[in-house]
Design a protein around this ligand. Structure first.
Ligand code: GUN
Length: 348
């Protein structure tokens, strides 16, 4: 899922986002709750109408954003206390309030409010408290949810890098039988081996037929490995954020088009890519956007950020489409070998 935090994917129109192949994007409850706020969201008829988006939306519940963005957020059993970034007034996001906002937003997938710690946190006692509180908050979210027939509430498994705690959390949350399941508390700088152990440990305990979402993951290598470990869904700001720094995500790795070597490179951003940035714009197969054009504009003009955002979102979604095809064809091991051989051609 591309991340459109404030109900827009930075730099793209909804139509351009649709053209990348996106059918599910992510909005944030915390940001939309602050601005435009629940009254405006109710008046306009929800986030789909607000952003002119006819496809699906997933909203994150808000607690993670507050804890990661605001130094002054404090978690209690009641909810997450924070000071409004607009005027400093004290505010409280409870599980009931988060679900109420998400009901008004009308997103197709809504997330429980969870108590999130960074995985590298050494405090096992606090980690246990956060895991157990997340289960209690799930119950409060389920009780508060007004539209279970149209909005799918996902639980979020916590427990840090402790596999026993993760198993305990999985068992408690599976008993609540939500339509989908997320793994949270990762993507916080943990070692890849630890990340893989946690994802594998959780997916083994999940029911076969429910979507499994690992939150905050977006590097292509992490996506393909996580699928091998049994995960289905991901979100990350990285592909769109890195586009704004002049970076193109390609099969051969990330290219920084601000680099002087691209000043007279007249090929497309990625050869063979079918996105609106890369594909040739005339019948003869010439005259598309070139790396040199992006390089020329990357420092000051926003057009380079727009073009690379289109390319990067298309790349990620096309990667996941190829992943799905390989899984369905039962050819995933060969797909993985090809993927890594393309990315690291000199490592054989
Ligand atoms: N985004 C990345 N990680 C998390 C998490 O653990 N919880 C929530 N709610 N959002 C996240």
């Amino acid at each position: 899922m591309p991340v459109a935090t404030q109900a827009s994917l930075k730099g793209l129109t909804p139509e351009q986002l649709e053209e990348t192949g996106c059918r599910l994007c992510l909005n944030n409850t915390y940001h939309l709750g602050l601005r435009p706020g629940q009254d405006v969201l109710a008046a306009v008829g929800g986030a789909h109408k607000l952003q002119g988006w006819h496809h699906n939306i997933l909203t994150d519940s808000g607690g993670f954003q507050m804890v990661s963005l605001l130094k002054l957020a404090k978690v209690t059993e009641e909810g997450v206390e924070f000071l409004s970034p607009h005027d400093g007034t004290p505010m409280l996001l409870t599980p009931e309030h988060s679900i109420g906002l998400q009901n008004t937003i009308g997103s197709d997938i809504i997330m429980q409010l969870d108590d999130v710690l960074v995985t590298t946190s050494p405090d096992a006692g606090r980690m246990r408290e956060a895991m157990e509180r997340s289960v209690r908050w799930l119950d409060r979210c389920i009780a508060a949810h007004r539209n279970p027939g149209t909005q799918n509430l996902f639980c979020i498994v916590q427990g840090g890098l402790d596999l026993d705690m993760r198993r305990e959390c999985c068992a408690a949350m599976m008993a609540r039988d939500t339509p989908g399941i997320a793994i949270g508390g990762l993507s916080g700088g943990e070692a890849k081996a630890d990340y893989c152990r946690v994802v594998a440990c959780c997916t083994e305990l999940f029911p076969e037929l429910k979507p499994r979402y690992v939150m905050g993951i977006g590097y292509p290598e992490d996506l393909v490995v996580s699928v091998a470990l049994g995960a289905d869904m991901f979100d990350c700001v990285w592909p769109t954020r890195t586009a704004r720094f002049g970076n193109a995500v390609t099969r051969r790795g990330v290219l920084n088009l601000r680099n002087a070597r691209y000043a007279s490179d007249f090929g497309p951003v990625e050869d063979g890519c079918a996105c609106a940035c890369c594909r040739p714009r005339d019948q003869q197969g010439g005259l598309g956007v070139t790396r040199a054009f992006v390089h020329h504009n990357a420092a000051k003009e926003t057009v380079a950020a727009h073009l690379l955002t289109i390319h990067n979102v298309h790349y990620q979604l096309d990667l996941m489409r190829r992943v799905r095809e390989a899984v369905v064809a039962d050819e995933y091991p060969a797909f993985l070998r090809r993927f890594f051989a393309d990315l690291y051609p000199d490592s054989r």
